[in-house]
Design a protein around this ligand. Structure first.
Ligand SMILES: NC(=O)c1ccc[n+]([C@@H]2O[C@H](COP(=O)([O-])OP(=O)(O)OC[C@H]3O[C@@H](n4cnc5c(N)ncnc54)[C@H](O)[C@@H]3O)[C@@H](O)[C@H]2O)c1
Length: 284
C-alpha cells in the first residue's frame, strides 16, 4: 500500500518530532491532540527546528516552507478519517492507548495502518484491542526525532507482512534506519539501556563512586558520548523508573528490580532536566 498522508496523535515531544520528519520528507501530515495549547507548542517547536536547519544550511527555505505548508493540526480525532497511517504518540499509558486504538479503528479508513510510538507497552495487546490487528505495528522513534537515525519497527504477533513492509518503507523515506524487532518488553534499545542506567544508579546508591565519576567512567571507558546518569536526567527519571518496572513486571526477573534511589528521586520530584534536578543539578 502507498502512504501519502500521515496522521499523528499527540503533539508532544515525540509527536511533533515525527510530524516534522514526515513533513520534511514530503508527506501531508495531520497532527491531532486533545489540547490546543499542545498543538500550538508542537507547531512552534517544529517551526523553530526548521528555521534552525535552514540557518545551518541542512535544508533550504523551500523545503522549510513546503514542510510547514503540509502540516495541519486539529483537536478532532475524526479529522484522521482520510490518512493512510496514524502514528500514535500520546502518553505512555496502556488503558489510554487501548481506548485511542478503539476510537481510531472507528474513524480511520479500513486499510489504514495504526502504529504506536510506545517505548515499552505490548504492541500485541494493542493490536488485539484495535479491531484491525494485522494493521497494527510499533514505530519506535528516538528523541530528538529529526536528528536520531534509528527507528525500531516492532512486529506485534498479529502484524501482517504487508503492514510491516509499508512502515519499513516509510521509515526509510523519513531518512531513518529501521531495525526489525519482535514485540517484547523494552524492545532492543530500552531492554539494554534502562538496566544500564538502573545499574549506574545502584553504583551511586551503594557509594561505589559519585555521579560525575560514574558518568566519566562510561564516557572514557566505554566511549559513550554521555554518561548513564546524565542520560537518565535527559530521558526523565520517572520514565526510566516506569520502563524498569515494566521489565520487572513482564519478565518477573529480579535482575530488573528498580534501584531504590531511582524511586526516591521520583518521589522527591527530582525528575532530571525537566524539573531542574535529577542525578545532577540544572538550576544554575
Ligand atoms: N520522550 C521520549 O524520549 C520518547 C522516546 C520514544 C518514545 N516515546 C513514547 O512516545 C509517546 C509520547 O511521548 P512524549 O514524550 O512525546 O509525551 P508528551 O507528554 O511530550 O506528549 C504527549 C501528548 O499526547 C497528548 N495526549 C494525551 N492524551 C491524548 C489523547 N487521548 N488523544 C490525543 N492526544 C493526547 C498530550 O496532550 C501531549 O501533547 C509515549 O508513548 C512515549 O513512551 C517517548
Amino acid at each position: 500500500m502507498s502512504i501519502e498522508t500521515v496522521g499523528i496523535v499527540g503533539a508532544g515531544t515525540m509527536g511533533s518530532g515525527i510530524a516534522q520528519a514526515a513533513a520534511m520528507s514530503g508527506y501531508r501530515v495531520v497532527v491531532q491532540d486533545i489540547a490546543d495549547s499542545q498543538l500550538e507548542r508542537g507547531l512552534g517547536s517544529i517551526e523553530k527546528s526548521l528555521a534552525k536547519l535552514v540557518e545551518k544550511e541542512k535544508i533550504d527555505q523551500q523545503t522549510m516552507d513546503s514542510a510547514r505548508n503540509s502540516l495541519t493540526t486539529t483537536t478532532e480525532i475524526n479529522d484522521l478519517g482520510s490518512v493512510d497511517i496514524v502514528i500514535e504518540a500520546a502518553i505512555e499509558n496502556m488503558e489510554l492507548k487501548i481506548a485511542l486504538f478503539e476510537k481510531l479503528n472507528g474513524v480511520c479508513k479500513a486499510d489504514a495502518i495504526i502504529a504506536s510510538n510506545t517505548s515499552s507497552l505490548s504492541l500485541t495487546r494493542l493490536a488485539a484491542a484495535s479491531g484491525r490487528p494485522d494493521k497494527v505495528v510499533g514505530l519506535h522513534f528516538f528523541n530528538p526525532v529529526p536528528l536520531m537515525k534509528l527507528v525500531e519497527v516492532i512486529r506485534a504477533l498479529q502484524t501482517s507482512d504487508e503492514t510491516y513492509a509499508a512502515v519499513d518503507a516509510l521509515a526509510r523515506q523519513l531518512g531513518k534506519v529501521p531495525v526489525s524487532v519482535k514485540d517484547s518488553p523494552g524492545f532492543v534499545v530500552n531492554r539494554m539501556l534502562v538496566p544500564m542506567i538502573n545499574e549506574a544508579a545502584f553504583l551511586l546508591h551503594e557509594g561505589i563512586a559519585d555521579a560525575a565519576e560514574i558518568d566519566e567512567a562510561m564516557k572514557l571507558g566505554a566511549n559513550h558520548p554521555i554518561g548513564p546518569l546524565a542520560l537518565a536526567d535527559m530521558i526523565g527519571i520517572d520514565v526510566c523508573y516506569f520502563v524498569i518496572k515494566i521489565l520487572q513486571d513482564e519478565f518477573g526477573d529480579s535482575k530488573y528490580r528498580p534501584c531504590p534511589l531511582i524511586k526516591q528521586l521520583v518521589d522527591a520530584g527530582r525528575l532530571g532536566r525537566k524539573s531542574g534536578r535529577g542525578f545532577f543539578d540544572y538550576s544554575k
